[in-house]
Design a protein around this ligand. Sequence first.
Ligand SMILES: *[C@@H]1O[C@H](CO)[C@@H](O)[C@H](O)[C@H]1NC(C)=O
Ligand SMILES: *[C@@H]1O[C@H](CO)[C@@H](O)[C@H](O)[C@H]1NC(C)=O
Length: 635
Amino acid sequence: MLLRWAPNLLLGAFALADTKLYELGISKGVSKEGKQVISLNGKNDTVGPIIRVNSGDTLNLLVNNDICNANDYEQYGELYCDTSIHFHGVVLNNNGADLGVLHDGVPGVSQYSIPSGMSYWYNFTIPENLCGTYWYHSHSSVQYGDGLRGIFLVDCDYRQKYIERVIAKLEADGTDGTLLENLPPQGAKVPVQEVVMAVTDWYSKSSVEILSQVMSPYGGPDPSVEGSMMNGDTGSVKFEVAEGVEYVALRVINTGMSGTNVLHVEGHRLCVIETDGVLTKPYMIDTLSIAVGQRFTVLVKLNKEAPARVVHGCGKMMGYVTKTHWLLRPGQVAGDDYVGRVVHLPGLDKNEMYKQFVPLEGELLPEPSQQLSLDYEFDGDEAREPFGTTMYTVNGDTMQEFMPDGVLIEGARGVREPIPLHGGGVVEIAINSIDHMTHPWHMHGHTFQVVSVGRKRDGPLYFDNPESPAMKRYLADVAEWQDKVPMTRDTINIPGRSYAVIRLRADNPGFWLLHCHVEWHMAKGLGVVFAEGDALVSAVSKPFARQSDAAGASTALPEPSSTADAAATPTVSAVRAISTAADAPASSAAPATSQQQPSPEAAMPAASASKGKVLAIYLLIMCTLNVAIWLFFFR
Ligand SMILES: *[C@@H]1O[C@H](CO)[C@@H](O)[C@H](O)[C@H]1NC(C)=O
Ligand SMILES: *[C@@H]1O[C@H](CO)[C@@H](O)[C@H](O)[C@H]1NC(C)=O
């Protein structure tokens, strides 16, 4: 099928800073393959509407959680039913009353979970210097794999002008080079079309069902990837390119649960200009490798005559799931599927190209005033208490041990004190993979400079051991940076039995996660929580019951913790829902594919009686607690 792609020409003017209202309705749905999913605004293709704002805009996003009813709480529990939204890569400033950290969307760290039947506002201002390609997703359990995710785009004049200048350079010099330097001051006004490509892995079972296997006593952390998706479509996607368009700007986002993805546009070269919201000096490559959580913008000069065949590989344990997509001008038709092997694609480099993708601006951060090493490994020998399953550890602790039942930012503490980062200073963190697998690590609240990345089997890096292979590579890399800037981003793949060293300025006080973005590994505790500087404590807003629902709310659902919150919030109908079906990156009307078509029964996990009991007790305690709090404060 052809996508109905409203040509989105980049050469537009931008409005002044504005307040943008969005609304996300979250509910339980069933995909066209019969798999249980989480729908956003009623759509079941596991990728939500695009949220699009300008730098400097204020976003008012209303989230209405309707995933579960009381029976669902019994069956699936709060891990499935309660939610939150994280804006991946959107680094918000902490200024006075409007603390960015409060909108980071991590339950137990910066906010309370939003129970089903309740709502929550994410209201924040996009910093003027933040512009590029981001995404949003649930930070609760493994929900985003079931569909609680979408693309978040921030526009600005500066980025558009830069794209025009890079195109002027490509027009003048052709696409054969590598690093393009000395861009002309004036851009080229040629028609450019933006194409969003959200690539992910795919499973025949719902995430909540897979999770129960992963979290069983000796459950492995890597359920097998069974397929892949492009913009929520498990088939071959045909992108319609408007008449007269000469360049496409591909905005590529790996919104997957696991697995690095690979993209190649046959017969075309890719000009990389963005790594995770950071504009880069234009760098020409042939094949793009995208770790989970990463984003890139690449410019592609389209051939005039032939349609462009896009080869898409999604990494799995052994090899790749291979798909073919098309960029088609009016009248062009798709040809045959690619039958070659992804590993043979020209220029495929699965290592981070941290020396090639150089930021357009900025300089190497000064020598760090704090250095720390984090060793992570899969503690595969025994089920760890109190989790009842084998877990990952980082320096001996699992991430779950940092997260309290309350909210860290309000002063509650987990079993572990968060790791302190010296506020205001430059911090260098060595992340050491004791494990043999590649893991994508993501930092909240910051972008970081990638100072050094080991090759597979370089071993861990400890700053006090100058003789190790890792430390030798690191010292050589640091020497090289004296007149260059390292790749800057928020997510990075770390090779197995190796390390990465990231450098950042700890100028954003708050509680921030650094974690592996494979969601199965998150569930098994692969991450840490930092306490940066004097993490200011401010009023954390609470989820609230919608007025229309409040009267008839089921007593089995957790009650709002403050009735005052509910009274202060407007009704849902007062909000303009501007995220429409037309915003979605791809239509769901895909042709049937040769993918495994799971039966609808297979998609429903069996209820666990003991878990149900635990939950019933949990809900009872929560209700009692809420009544107690209510009596304490309002009597
Ligand atoms: C999504 O799934 C739900 C539950 O099966 C269904 O009611 C709804 O109509 C579906 N939405 C679309 C757009 O197909
Ligand atoms: C968020 O913005 C909405 C719409 O402007 C407003 O009604 C609401 O009170 C705000 N909520 C918070 C917690 O700031």
